[in-house]
Ligand binder design. Sequence first.
Ligand SMILES: Cc1ncc(COP(=O)(O)O)c(C=O)c1O
Length: 400
Amino acid sequence: MYASNDIPFLDLVTPHVELEEELTAVFRRALYTAGFVGGPMVEEFEQAFAAFCDCSHSVAVSSGTDALRFAIMACGIQTGDVVVTVPHTFIATTEAISQAGAIPEFVDVDENTYNLSVERLQEYLEQGCTRDGAGRLISKRSQRPVTAVVPVHLYGQMADMDSILRLANQYGLAVIEDACQAHGAEYFSGKLNRWIKAGSMGRAAAFSFYPGKNLGACGEAGAATTNDAGIAAKMKMLRDHGQAKKYYHDIEGYNGRLDSIQAGLLHVKLRHLADWNAKRRDHAAEYDRLLAGNEAVVCPYEPSWSRAVYHLYVIATDDRDGMMNHLKSAGIGTGIHYPVPLHLQKAYKGLNYRATDFPVCTRVAGKILSLPMFPQLLPEQQARVADEIHRFVPTALISQ
Ligand SMILES: Cc1ncc(COP(=O)(O)O)c(C=O)c1O
């Protein structure tokens, strides 16, 4: 759909035009039934999305942030509890933690995967925490009980879930997956000896359907998943003013429901998600091939236990800003996910972290560059992106 020679970072127009008939039929169904909030279109999508994630329940809500907040609350995390996560993620991860009444505390990411480092988590639990008289795990930095960990499957790549779940079990922590970028990603569990879908391993998980996500709505949307019927019921109450029955409010909740039009549109697009994810994986393999041998570029690292869905294809390079500007002047869109680690954001000044606290995350933030990545990306577009990257880097650094 882009006529010029420019290569967009993301093409959101083509997939919608390709599905125009099916998508407009959803609007018609909503108009002719006036079922705008809740109802069959939402329930049908919830069942289909739960099946896609190999989960018994999915609760559709108004955004990924709400999904994560409701998941944290429904898992019983209390006001003032500490929830551990990474500083290398979108701020919605920590907003959801804070808005659930908890306190985010960080551990650094892994040098290669950019996801939560199991070594740093273990170090935090062993050295950054103590036990109080009642045997509760207490954070030494905040003196508050530590009750959950939120691994983020960033860029569509799984965090090392077996190891995280083992530590969480050992320390009695709830694991709530931030799978907002990882619809369909899979993890090979050595423990269970099989591949497992993102969003089905923790006590609950959150997905975002923001338009640019692997599965995106035509507006704001999200869903939480779980295999626990009680947690699902609690999340349903939280999204709907705390009511399980109309006008009978067991708790105070939120207006966090999903529009039925969005649910219908998502249901149409869900049928294409496996194919779109496979295309993203092919494009990632092609970038890997095209960029191999360029010593100035580090391609994404995919451990043997991760089948990533490449929401983003993120390279690392020393002169990131120079390369970004070069690509921009060549008409190629890129992004930085994310330029400022959360512990250095103004919003989290009050958490009192030092600039030197998470060295891997801080180093990575200065080097990462997200290249164009979407299912409809063409081979010739990828070749041009790679050519421009090679052109930018001094020839001496390119091995033959
Ligand atoms: C890692 C992560 N967590 C949470 C969210 C929040 O999702 P939403 O924008 O749908 O609220 C996003 C979305 O950008 C995300 O990328």
